[in-house]
Design a protein around this ligand. Sequence first.
Ligand code: SF4
Ligand code: SF4
Length: 179
Amino acid sequence: MSDTETLKTEIKKLSARSATAKMNLHDSAEDLPTNWQSVPAVAQETHDAFAALDAARSEGRRGRGGLTLIGRNPAMAFTTRDGRAWIPDFLVAIDETTCIGCGRCYKVCSRDVMHLFGVGDGNLLLGKIEEDEDDDFDGELVRKVMVVDNAGACIGCGACARVCPKNCQTHVPADRIAA
Ligand code: SF4
Ligand code: SF4
């Protein structure tokens, strides 16, 4: 099976998983206060299912880019200092068709994971815009987009997702990315 077919099959499975998770979350809410204890687990599964589906669709748009999604990997689940469960949510992609290049994500990121790039005619990526420089790429600059060019440095804090006004970022839980 080709990579594309494998990805299509994966997206179908993730769609089914997301639909089931959504129904379970709905049922869980309807049942309240019965089984209130199960709500966090059902909500977490719903989050994970949609995050995985979003990531797979993003891969479909961009090509796999070396990212391999896997089943749960307990070795990538961590705890906070007081013992609460913590799974980093890594930034893996930014949709260049919806990003407006506002720079908010860059400003809140402490890890130098993404950078502003210039885009020319035909969505051609012209190159990285160096800090404090207003490079117009010899008049070819049409717009700016944020590009994830240092993904391996991400610690999955989620700060960038909270400030993005266009919801154009894809994050994947750490325990779903192969080492
Ligand atoms: S999740 Fe945190 S570390 Fe990763 S890119 Fe976003 S702000 Fe930076
Ligand atoms: S915050 Fe969102 S819209 Fe703004 S540059 Fe970052 S990804 Fe693009």
